[in-house]
Ligand binder design. Structure first.
Ligand code: ACO
Length: 321
């Protein structure tokens, strides 16, 4: 049996930090409101020269170094990003060129929003499991600060920039045990970024994230609860088998509800939200990389990863690290 094993992780965060106190000077909000309702204290913001591509490259190189492989070993690059360098060529193709590995498969997942990393991981897993490919780079990279309306207090306090990456490699030791993907277009209006070529629109509005936060909150809690049940049942495992929850970092109250659902103490949840905000498709690999690098997540641990976002789209993976 061949598994996709996580060989290495990497991340990149821009130097500039925007605190809740900085935001108090920009919109009608308070540090207390943001901390109490979201759990976020600060977030990183990309400088003018930083893009989804530059951040993805940094995270990818770090992940390859951790995996002890070179760019020449990579068969597939997937970049999940709602904030790509361009419509096309894909950010993944641009990264491939920077890495000097022309020929390998490379594409972006642009519209799976915060669930993008889970979709990317699942696709790469299929290719490795069926022995078509040996090594894949799966990256989430986002400059959310460029699609946030800095006059809208209901969204601008939530998001941050950054990139996270994993290198998957074929192994006969257990790695990714299962992945589970879902979507429901009936909720298309709950969270959207309407810029596109579909039909004429109010360009000003289309350039920014639109979100009905409280509806999304309730949906997320229900959807993720069912997703955990589905993931554990598929593997015939009890909740107690899970060592670590590595969730999408949208809201501390959602994360707490999910930890409770799994009977996991908060010390067993990889959380970066306080320091990084919601970095969309980058949030899961960023949280994973942090917990791996500081030694909390160890080889052999059972990880449950979950993400949800615009679409709605959502997904999970059970992984023996
Ligand atoms: N500062 C102060 N007050 C605020 C702010 C703010 N930054 N934002 C909203 N408020 C006000 C509202 O205007 C409202 O005021 P009103 O009662 O006078 O109308 C009040 O606070 C309550 O607003 P709610 O939206 O009901 O607040 P809620 O407790 O639901 O928190 C939040 C809002 C944080 C957005 C929450 O709903 C949430 O986290 N939702 C989920 C978001 C999410 O999961 N996103 C993930 C996907 S992201 C992606 O895919 C790209």
């Amino acid at each position: 049996m061949t598994y996709a094993h996580i060989l290495g992780t990497g991340s990149y965060l821009p130097e500039k930090i925007l605190t809740n106190f900085d935001l108090e000077k920009m919109v009608e909000t308070t540090n207390d409101w943001i901390v109490e309702r979201t759990g976020i204290h600060k977030r990183h913001i990309a400088a003018a020269h930083e893009t989804a591509l530059t951040m993805a490259e940094q995270a990818a190189r770090q992940a390859m170094a951790a995996a002890n492989i070179t760019p020449a070993d990579i068969d597939l690059i997937i970049i999940a990003t709602t904030t790509p360098e361009k419509m096309f060529p894909s950010t993944a193709c641009l990264l491939q060129q920077k890495l000097g590995i022309s020929g390998c498969a490379a594409f972006d997942l642009n519209s799976t929003a915060c669930a993008g990393f889970m979709y990317g991981l699942s696709i790469a897993d299929q290719f490795i499991r069926n022995k078509t490919m040996k090594h894949a780079l799966v990256i989430g990279s986002e400059v959310m600060s460029r699609v946030v309306d800095w006059n809208d207090r209901t969204t601008c306090v939530l998001f941050g920039d950054g990139a996270g990456a994993v290198v998957l490699g074929a192994s006969d030791k257990p790695g990714i045990l299962s992945t589970h993907l879902h979507a429901d277009g009936n909720y298309k209006d709950v969270l959207s970024l309407n810029v596109g070529l579909g039909k004429p629109m109010d360009v000003e509005q289309a350039l920014f994230i639109q979100m009905t936060g409280n509806q999304l909150f309730k949906l997320a809690v229900n959807i993720l609860g069912d997703l955990f049940d589905e993931t554990l049942t598929a593997n015939r495992l009890e909740k107690s088998a899970v060592d670590w929850l590595v969730p999408h970092q949208a809201n501390i109250r959602i994360i707490l509800a999910m930890a409770k659902k799994l009977n996991l103490p908060l010390e067993r949840v990889a959380i970066t939200l306080e320091e990084q905000g919601n970095t969309s498709s980058a949030s899961i690999p960023l949280a994973l990389d942090k917990a791996v690098r500081d030694g909390r997540i160890k080889r052999g641990d059972m990880l449950l990863l979950e993400g949800f976002g615009g679409g709605l789209a959502w997904g999970s993976a059970l992984i023996q690290y």
